[in-house]
Design a protein around this ligand. Structure first.
Ligand code: URA
Length: 246
């Protein structure tokens, strides 16, 4: 068994957003940092990066934030933007303030429009992010759609054909599944993530999306008890579920 990687405590805490290395040295000297209940006064000392560190290390009596390698599921509400820098409310504003200073930073895995709600993943693990969005992984996303006008009955065929061309694009869409719920409600399942894809698909068949909600990413469903605006740290099983089929 290989020993856990070790890191300087001041570097780890600075990268988790607790302050500058100098501020963290001050915290340590003031006795605010404890490991297994004992004060850890030397912020420059190395500490084993054990996965259970957040349960063993406290700062001012509060357990350490999740270590790098963090993956979150968030129930994105309407009206917030998936961006680090645009004007108006941002998804990152739904997370603890300190998490916005993490390095590596948390990023959304793909995007949902401002006017789309539902399951949004965030991670600071760039390799995982790319694995989820990679066309090779073909991770299916399911969207519940509310339409302005009744379905005509020909949408399923058009979407499944693999020939639908969106305005301004050069390649047709990969086939998209459609499950009709009633004449103005349906679910679509797609593996690509083109800009405003679902809204533009329905525009291409002469309809208009009035509400859009993503309820699944791969085999991971948005938990019914996760309210809009809430988030949860994903377990290894949740991450595995993303790569399991719908
Ligand atoms: N398709 C859209 O049109 N919007 C989204 O947010 C996601 C998929």
């Amino acid at each position: 068994m290989s020993a856990a990687k070790s890191v300087r405590l001041d570097k780890l805490l600075a990268n988790l957003g607790y302050g500058s290395r100098r501020e963290i040295q001050g915290l340590a000297r003031s006795g605010a940092i404890r490991l297994d209940g004992a004060e850890w006064p030397e912020a420059g000392d190395r500490i084993p990066l054990d996965p259970d560190l957040p349960q063993r290390l406290t700062i001012d009596g509060v357990p350490l934030d999740p270590l790098p390698g963090l993956c979150l599921m968030l129930h994105k509400p309407l009206g917030v933007t998936c961006s680090h820098k645009e004007a108006g409310p941002l998804v990152y504003g739904l997370l603890p303030e300190r998490w916005r200073r993490r390095d590596p930073p948390l990023s959304t895995v793909g995007r949902l429009d401002k006017d789309t709600s539902g399951l949004l993943l965030l991670t600071d693990d760039g390799a995982l992010l790319h694995r989820i969005i990679s066309p090779k992984a073909s991770v299916a996303k399911r969207y519940r759609v509310t339409l302005d006008r009744p379905l005509s009955g020909r949408e399923a065929g058009v979407f499944a054909s693999g020939t639908l061309m969106l305005e301004g694009e050069e390649r047709p869409l990969l086939p998209v599944g459609l499950d009709v719920e009633d004449e103005t409600h349906c679910a679509v399942t797609l593996t690509e993530g083109r800009y405003h894809q679902v809204r533009r698909m329905f525009a291409a068949v002469g309809n208009h999306v009035t509400a859009l909600h993503r309820d699944r990413v791969g085999g991971l469903a948005l938990p019914t008890d996760l309210a809009a605006g809430g988030y949860r740290v994903m377990t290894a099983a949740d991450v595995a579920a993303v790569f399991a089929g719908l």
